[in-house]
Design a protein around this ligand. Structure first.
Ligand code: LLP
Length: 409
């Protein structure tokens, strides 16, 4: 969002308050230009190697966003049959979709593989079953747990020894035994370290582990290093230096490929990096409550729409788009859910008045996709702004939507 010379916030020249007037509040808005820019930055950083981006669509499954991804040459990483179907609805061929499940029933994997997706096998029982079922007729990747602890919050770390994800690198002998027993065609190794990882070091550390492990698999075509690049949530936040990371990883990857004797593909599966900064949750101030202890700003939203602050203590920057030049005051910005759903404590904001539109930044990743109907509230509508035009890409829910699956009405 830009602040114009006239002190007016805009998204591609559009005043956000016009969007809430037209499409209602609360409202998720995605800026397509940001998605394009972030994707280009990642492509640019790895221009020297054969790199492919697989968007981790758990972060945002709006079909308009998926179609935009497809248009700009980004493929998909999915974690469920639902995401897989959404990818196909968005126009992806099954072969462009990787299924990275976590302890799912085997039949989900079977269906995905038979439909043409590649799967990241994440446990020894799944590998055994894969071998029994497909032998050497279908290729797969193996998700390795490198036992490296990195990530912004313990809940979003996925590669440390205690993590449930992947097959520990310490079990390499067991992996090789099953692969040999069924002659399974392993075409890739995968790992995902976690989310909100700022420094290049953990990426390099896991890359080295994967490159070392790769030497035991002669038919590899892919090394998939997952996602997890850190984006800026707080003004001035240190973020992953993509150019530096691109240079360092590309250099090691090239060295690995020459040792391996073949040019492989390097895959990444970013979610946040591509979409977090593109998204805004626009809300309306319902009540400003001056309390002896605190000034509370209630908004027409809550943990049902954006749970990250309550779940991980995440910081989301807030703009008062209705009063950008107001005098700053400290507020607790809270939701309307019957829980303590605090978006921000003691946050300085330009004076907030009842009816003001506030914008939560970085709402493009794990915002809508983690939303719920708690308190029988409706999920917001979603709008994509692309090429200067704002388009409704999901309508607001209604009571009928909430009652759709209830029986005996
Ligand atoms: N690949 C795999 C296998 C993953 O599990 C994830 C995220 C990603 C890629 C993408 O990670 P990203 O680039 O978005 O950091 N809800 C949490 C984040 C959970 C991430 C789960 N896995 C949050 O809002 O911070």
């Amino acid at each position: 969002m830009q602040l114009s010379d006239q002190n007016q916030y805009t998204i591609q020249g559009i005043d956000p308050t016009q969007l809430t007037e037209k499409f209602g509040s609360p409202l998720y808005v995605y800026d397509g230009a940001t998605i394009r820019r972030k994707t280009e930055a990642l492509q640019h950083a790895f221009a020297g190697v054969n790199m492919k981006i697989k968007f981790a669509c758990k972060s945002n499954t709006n079909l308009a966003v998926l179609r935009l991804m497809k248009e700009i040459g980004v493929e998909l990483d999915v974690v469920s049959p639902g995401e897989f179907e959404m990818g196909k609805l968005a126009g992806y061929d099954a072969s462009q979709i990787t299924f990275t499940p976590s302890g799912v029933p085997f039949y989900e994997v079977k269906e995905a593989v038979e439909a043409g997706a590649l799967v990241n096998v994440d446990s020894l029982p799944l590998l055994e079953w894969f071998g029994q079922t497909f032998g050497n007729t279908k290729p797969c990747l193996i998700r390795i747990k490198p036992n490296v602890a990195a990530g912004g919050h313990e809940k979003i770390m996925t590669a440390h020894a205690d993590s449930k994800f992947g097959i520990s690198v310490l079990l390499l002998d067991d992996i090789l035994e099953i692969v040999k027993k069924y002659d399974i065609k392993i075409i890739g190794l995968h790992q995902h370290t976690g989310s909100d990882i700022k420094d290049a070091e953990p990426f390099l550390q896991v890359a080295d582990i994967l490159f070392e492990t790769a030497k035991h698999f002669p038919d590899l075509e892919i090394v998939d290093l997952g996602g997890g690049f850190k984006v800026s949530y707080m003004p001035g936040d240190a973020v992953t230096d993509m150019t530096l990371l691109g240079n360092k990883i590309s250099e090691r990857f090239k060295k690995f490929c020459s040792e391996y004797g073949r040019e492989l593909q390097l895959w990444f599966e970013p979610g946040k990096f591509l979409v977090s900064e593109s998204g805004y949750l626009l809300v309306t101030t319902t009540v400003v409550k001056e309390d002896p202890a605190r000034n509370f700003v209630h908004v027409d939203s809550g943990l049902n729409h954006l749970i990250r602050p309550m779940m991980y203590g995440s910081y989301h920057h807030i703009l008062n788009v209705s009063n950008p030049t107001g005098e700053e005051k400290p507020y607790n910005v809270v939701g309307y859910i019957c829980e303590t759903d605090t978006f921000a404590s003691d946050r300085n904001l330009p004076e907030v008045r009842q009816g003001d539109t506030l914008a939560f930044l970085n709402a493009g990743a794990y915002g809508f996709t983690m939303s719920s109907n708690y308190n029988a509230r409706f999920r917001p509508a979603e709008v994509l702004v692309d090429n200067g035009e704002a388009r409704l890409v999901r309508r607001r829910e209604t009571l009928e939507d909430l009652l759709l699956t209830q029986q005996g009405l």
